[in-house]
Each structure stands twice: as structure tokens, then as C-alpha cells.
Design a protein around this ligand. Structure first.
Ligand SMILES: Cc1cc2nc3c(=O)[nH]c(=O)nc-3n(C[C@H](O)[C@H](O)[C@H](O)COP(=O)(O)OP(=O)(O)OC[C@H]3O[C@@H](n4cnc5c(N)ncnc54)[C@H](O)[C@@H]3O)c2cc1C
Ligand SMILES: *[C@@H]1O[C@H](CO)[C@@H](O)[C@H](O)[C@H]1NC(C)=O
Ligand SMILES: *[C@@H]1O[C@H](CO)[C@@H](O)[C@H](O)[C@H]1NC(C)=O
Ligand SMILES: *[C@@H]1O[C@H](CO)[C@@H](O)[C@H](O)[C@H]1NC(C)=O
Length: 578
């Protein structure tokens, strides 16, 4: 058979099966499944060597971080050190493949499983290119496309929904691309003023100090080790500066992106506008690999802040919860005044740490909190209130959210999310049932109710973007978490129980008091069956059209990403079209 007749025969067969199976158009159908190691079609050593040459020797075969806890690489001292620090983000940042979510780590190579148990790859990609330029990214993308293998992007590994890892994938690791450049006067039709250009691997830990030196600050997340260019800005990005300056994605001026076909393009509010719109809030890693992002920067200066705490000690539980209610009744006014807050609501303690408002004096901070503290006084609740005014945003940030780069938050948690619309807090009855739900949920040990409060109005955005409109209605975003027990097979049952608690009890209870509110896709569960509606809302269909245009073959895939419903993971971890 000649080559062309083979093709004709193949397309005849596929036409036949299409005719039987579905009325889809008769295009040459792409392979249904991605290739895995061990398959005949998996690249040969010579292919990998060739790729390695094209990326200047920066291809590595994966050795999981915890291999030092297993034979033949066992090293007691290194392993004990890993065990002690495994629950902190920073441990997982300096590896091309490590990630923080316990669920997606699996126990195939965990520091807590027996030394004799072989260290296997599990979900980790077998090969990773540590990229340092757009050219490296292009080479990796072309290789993955031509070999039909899965492709994943990792920067820091913070992702809660498993989007920065993948079995049998070729990974790229952007962590070493840490250039930050101050642009004193960015000029365009949509913005004139100071800006910061950040390469793909830049975290808050790098960007904030550079900005501070230039007398500026930028919108960044509450953990200095979160990458800014990847998950944070593309997923929306909330900040202690959001009530003043807007969300992360609202700051985007210019994205430099490598697309699925390997081309390098720029997306701004006036150039490749659909791509700009989608990248700014439509979910990370979905439309291309971002090489750099330029964001708006702001004049730095005095930053007001507060720490407020009270407990149920010496008072009745009802009184304690009246105090919690008073805080929430005042939350809309607090965010309208330009302040943002992060706090924890526990069964017997409330901890606001911190409230932030750039430019605010000591007196102004006290005034914003006055309706709350007056009510606490009235209820005879003793509280601790510290008000601070630091000379720069970074000083404030380091005090409350440092140290830099480690940050304050552990990652031995599993995450679920829910927005709380302003309307729920403004109405006395819905406020009471919301606070009643917090009270009920707080009673289960191991349930953490972290909450951020801000005013995320779209008016502050550089240009229209794809941040879900539900963010704009929300005054709060709840980060509901249950404990994740890093461990061996003995903790599997406990982990299943806390996952069930989160997904079947905690989130549904929050949904009942916030009907239709949605959730922040970066701080939510991969197990939410309503992820399209909850994380993207009315933007989903438009995002999907843009996805089809820029990534027609779905090179970029991850759980809950736009377009991911077209794929399924088989028993052996293989990714296949549904
Ligand atoms: C301790 C902690 C604190 C947090 N605090 C905040 C906060 O204050 N505010 C907030 O909004 N969120 C916060 N988050 C959530 C955070 O925004 C998300 O986890 C986000 O996905 C992290 O992005 P990353 O690039 O650092 O992580 P990664 O896991 O490396 O990547 C996340 C996603 O981005 C994609 N990606 C990475 N780089 C690129 C690139 N160059 N181009 C295209 N895609 C890319 C990855 O493929 C993946 O899909 C926090 C998370 C943790 C664990
Ligand atoms: C890629 O090349 C570098 C430098 O020659 C080498 O150290 C590395 O082991 C190679 N990677 C793989 C996967 O072979
Ligand atoms: C008050 O709440 C705490 C924490 O949930 C609980 O342990 C305690 O039993 C409650 N006290 C009363 C009197 O209900
Ligand atoms: C608040 O003030 C107290 C007393 O001065 C101090 O011990 C504590 O560290 C302060 N906390 C914060 C977060 O500033």
C-alpha cells in the first residue's frame, strides 16, 4: 500500500467509526490517549538526548525529592530533615517536580513510607526541562506535541488542584527564570506609569523587594513563596492590597506567551485581546506558557495594619459568636474603606492577622475597626488589638506574613473554597445563618476556616478580563480546609475521612448559606462536580472558544481547567479523550 492509500484507508476507517459513533465532523482524528512510559510510542533514549541538546543540557530525569528516604538512595539525615519540614511550602519549591498537595503527591515516593518501599514516580512527570528562555519552552512544547505526550508546567508547586503535575508528562520548570525589571514609565493607551516586568519564575519573595527599592509596591499574594506569573495572576489573585488596587489579574499590562504551536506572542488590552482577556483570570496553564508578565506598580509608602484577636475564655459561647458576627456585619464597610483582611475563625478563638490598608494612619485603622471594637466592648469581650504603621508595604508584609521567602502558612491541608457575597452579610437573617454555619463547622476538630475579606470591584482593572464576576460580588472568600496527614498507608483512611468531611459536609453547608456564590478556583477543591459554574460562571463558554483557538489539540490540561471535561484519567493514570 502506498503512503497516501494508507492515509486514505485510515481516514476511511475513522469516518466509518465516526459515522457509527457520533455526528462529529470528519477531520483526521487526533490520538485518543497520551503516550505513557513503556508504550512502544514512548520516545527513545536518542529522542530524549536530542531534546536535551536543544535545551542546552537542562533536561533531567526525575528523581523524586523523597528518594533519599528509600533504598538505594537512603540517607537518614536528609530524610529526617525532609520529614521535619515536609509541611512547609518552601521544601517543595526547589525541586523540578515536587508539589505541595498531599493528594496529588500520592504515597509512591513519600518520606513517610518504609525505606524498603521502592521510590516510584506516581504522578510526577518522568522528565523535566528546567527552562531559562522562551526558546527552551518552545523546544519542550514542540517535543511534547510531536511525541503525543502529556505536558505540564511547574513553577513553585503550590497548586491545590493538581494542575502542576502529571503522570507520564514532559514537565517544564520555570523556577529559575527570576528576572524582575522596574519600568519607571510604562506607556500605552490603557496605562501610563510605573510597572514591573517579571519573568515566569518570579515569586512575591523576589518581586516585592525589587519594587520596594524603587519606591513601589505591587499586588501579590499572602504567601511570599507563591509564584506570581503562573497560578496567581492567571487564576485571579487576591491580595492584602486588593481593596485598594484590585485583584492580581486586574494589574496585567502585557503577557509574553509561548502558544501550543510553539509561537511566541504578546497579549495586551489592544493586541491579541482575546488571549489577554483569557490569561487575566481564566485559570493558569490553560492557554499557553507565560514567559513574562508586566504589571502595574504603585507608589509605596506608609502602610497601616492591625492584628485583632479574642477568645471565648471567660464568656459564654453565644457571646463569643456575637463577637464573630459583629466582625462580619462590619466587613462590607471595612472593605469599602479600602482595607483588606485575612483571618481565622475557630470554635473558641478569632484571629485577624492582618488587616491592611496602604496609606492609612494609626487613627484611620482604629476608626475602620471601631464598629467592631465598640461592639466587643459592649459585649464585654476582651480583645487584643495591635495597630501598626510601617514605612513600606514590604515591612508590613514581612511583619505579618513573613518570613521571606518561607511565609507563614503550612500546606498539610486539603482545600475547599466558597465566596460569600456582600448581600449575605448585609442582610441580618442571612448574616446570622452564615455565622451559625461557621459556628457549626468550627466544632469539628481539624477543620480550619481561613477567610479573606476584600473589595474586588472590576472598576480597578486595567482592562476587561476573565476574573469570574462572582469574585466582584463577593466580600469574603472562604478557604475551608481539613487536615491532610502526610504519612504511609496507615493514614490513608484518615485522609479519605477528612476529604469526605470537606467535600460532603463543610462545602455543602457553606453552599447552603451562600446560594449561587461560586468559589475561587485557585483555592478550592478538584473534587467539586460543579467546578465549571462555580469557578468560571458565565465566562466558561467564551474561555472555551479561546482555548479552542489557541490550543486546539489540548496540549495544556489540568484538573478543573477550561476544556478539561474533554479528558479523563484511566485507571493506570493515562490521559485519554472522553
Ligand atoms: C500557602 C499558600 C498561600 C496562598 N496564598 C494565596 C494568596 O494570598 N492569594 C491568592 O490568590 N492565592 C494564594 N494561593 C493560591 C495560589 O495562587 C495557587 O496555588 C497558584 O496556583 C500558585 O501558583 P504557582 O505558579 O506558584 O504554583 P504552581 O503549582 O507551580 O503552578 C500553578 C498553576 O500555574 C501554572 N503555571 C505556572 N507557571 C506558569 C506559566 N509560566 N505559564 C502558564 N502557566 C503556568 C501551572 O501549570 C499550574 O496550573 C496560596 C497557595 C498556598 C499553597
Ligand atoms: C542532559 O544533558 C546534561 C549535560 O550534558 C546531562 O548532565 C544530563 O544528565 C542530561 N539529561 C538526561 C536526561 O540525559
Ligand atoms: C463552648 O464551645 C466549646 C468549643 O466548641 C465547647 O467545647 C464547649 O463545650 C462549649 N460550651 C458550652 C457551655 O456549650
Ligand atoms: C501584638 O502586640 C503584643 C503586645 O505588644 C505582641 O506581643 C504581639 O507580638 C503583637 N502581635 C502582632 C502580630 O503584631
Amino acid at each position: 500500500m502506498s503512503l497516501s492509500s494508507v492515509y486514505r484507508y485510515a481516514s476511511f476507517i475513522s469516518l466509518l467509526s465516526l459515522a457509527v459513533a457520533s455526528p462529529a465532523p470528519a477531520a483526521a482524528s487526533p490520538p485518543r490517549c497520551k503516550v505513557l512510559p513503556g508504550d512502544a510510542a514512548w520516545p527513545k533514549t536518542a529522542d530524549w538526548n536530542y531534546l536535551n541538546k536543544t535545551v542546552g543540557g537542562s533536561l533531567t530525569a526525575t528523581v523524586p525529592l523523597a528518594s533519599v528516604c528509600h533504598d538505594p538512595n537512603y540517607d537518614e539525615e536528609k530524610c529526617n530533615d525532609l520529614k521535619a519540614r515536609w509541611h512547609m511550602p518552601i521544601v517543595h519549591e526547589d525541586s523540578p517536580t515536587a508539589l505541595m498537595s498531599g493528594y496529588f503527591q500520592t504515597d509512591k515516593c513519600s518520606p513517610f513510607t518504609p525505606r524498603e518501599q521502592p521510590c516510584e514516580l506516581g504522578n510526577y512527570p518522568p522528565y523535566t526541562v528546567t527552562v531559562s528562555s522562551a526558546k527552551d519552552i518552545q523546544a519542550a512544547i514542540r517535543f511534547a506535541q510531536s511525541k503525543n505526550i502529556r505536558f505540564v508546567i511547574k513553577n513553585t508547586g503550590h497548586d491545590f488542584v493538581g494542575r502542576s503535575t502529571g503522570k507520564g508528562a514532559l514537565g517544564i520548570w520555570t523556577h529559575k527564570m527570576t528576572d524582575v525589571k522596574v519600568i519607571n514609565n510604562y506607556r500605552s493607551s490603557y496605562y501610563n506609569g510605573p510597572a514591573l516586568k517579571m519573568a515566569a519564575g518570579v515569586r512575591g519573595a523576589e518581586a516585592l523587594p525589587v519594587a520596594q527599592k524603587a519606591g513601589l509596591h505591587i499586588v501579590a499574594g499572602s504567601c511570599p513563596s507563591v509564584g506570581l506569573v503562573g497560578g496567581y495572576h492567571q487564576g485571579g489573585g487576591h491580595s492584602s492590597l486588593t481593596s485598594t488596587h484590585g485583584m492580581g489579574a486586574d494589574q496585567a499590562l502585557e503577557w509574553e506567551v509561548v502558544l501550543a504551536d510553539g509561537s511566541l506572542v504578546t497579549a495586551t488590552p489592544t493586541k491579541n485581546r482575546d488571549l489577554y482577556w483569557a490569561l487575566s483570570g481564566g485559570g493558569p496553564g490553560t492557554f499557553g506558557v507565560v514567559v513574562s508578565l508586566t504589571v502595574r506598580a504603585f507608589k509605596d509608602g506608609n502602610t497601616g495594619g492591625a492584628f485583632l484577636s479574642f477568645t471565648s475564655e471567660g464568656i459564654s459561647n453565644d457571646t463569643y459568636w456575637s463577637g464573630v458576627e459583629a466582625f462580619h456585619a462590619n466587613a462590607p464597610a471595612m472593605v469599602d474603606a479600602g482595607a483588606a483582611a485575612g483571618y481565622l475563625v475557630g470554635a473558641d478563638s478569632f484571629l485577624l492577622a492582618p488587616m491592611t490598608k496602604p496609606g492609612a494612619s494609626d487613627a484611620e485603622i482604629r476608626k475602620i475597626l471601631k464598629p467592631v471594637t465598640s461592639k466587643l466592648d459592649e459585649l464585654k469581650i476582651q480583645y487584643t488589638l495591635n495597630v501598626t504603621v510601617f514605612p513600606t508595604f514590604l515591612d508590613h508584609y514581612t511583619h505579618y506574613l513573613g518570613p521571606i521567602p518561607e511565609g507563614a502558612y503550612p500546606i498539610d491541608r486539603t482545600m475547599g473554597g466558597r465566596f460569600v457575597p456582600r448581600s449575605v452579610l448585609k442582610n441580618d437573617r442571612s448574616l446570622k445563618s452564615f455565622v451559625g454555619t461557621l459556628r457549626e463547622l468550627s466544632q469539628t476538630p481539624g477543620t480550619y476556616l481561613g477567610i479573606v475579606a476584600m473589595q474586588s470591584s472590576a472598576k480597578k482593572a486595567i482592562a476587561p478580563n476573565s476574573i469570574t464576576p462572582k469574585w466582584r460580588d463577593a466580600t469574603l472568600s472562604i478557604l475551608a480546609q481539613t487536615q491532610w496527614y502526610f504519612g504511609d498507608s496507615s493514614t490513608a483512611e484518615a485522609n479519605q475521612a477528612t476529604l469526605d468531611e470537606l467535600n460532603k459536609v463543610v462545602i455543602p453547608a457553606l453552599e447552603r448559606v451562600t446560594p449561587g456564590a461560586g468559589a475561587y478556583g485557585n483555592e478550592a477543591s478538584w473534587a467539586n462536580p460543579n467546578w465549571k459554574r462555580d469557578y468560571y460562571d458565565v465566562n466558561y463558554n467564551r474561555l472555551k472558544l479561546i482555548k479552542k483557538k489557541y490550543d486546539p489539540k489540548d496540549l495544556f490540561f489540568g484538573p478543573t481547567m477550561v476544556g478539561s471535561e474533554a479528558w479523563t484519567t484511566k485507571e493506570d493514570g493515562r490521559l485519554c479523550r472522553v
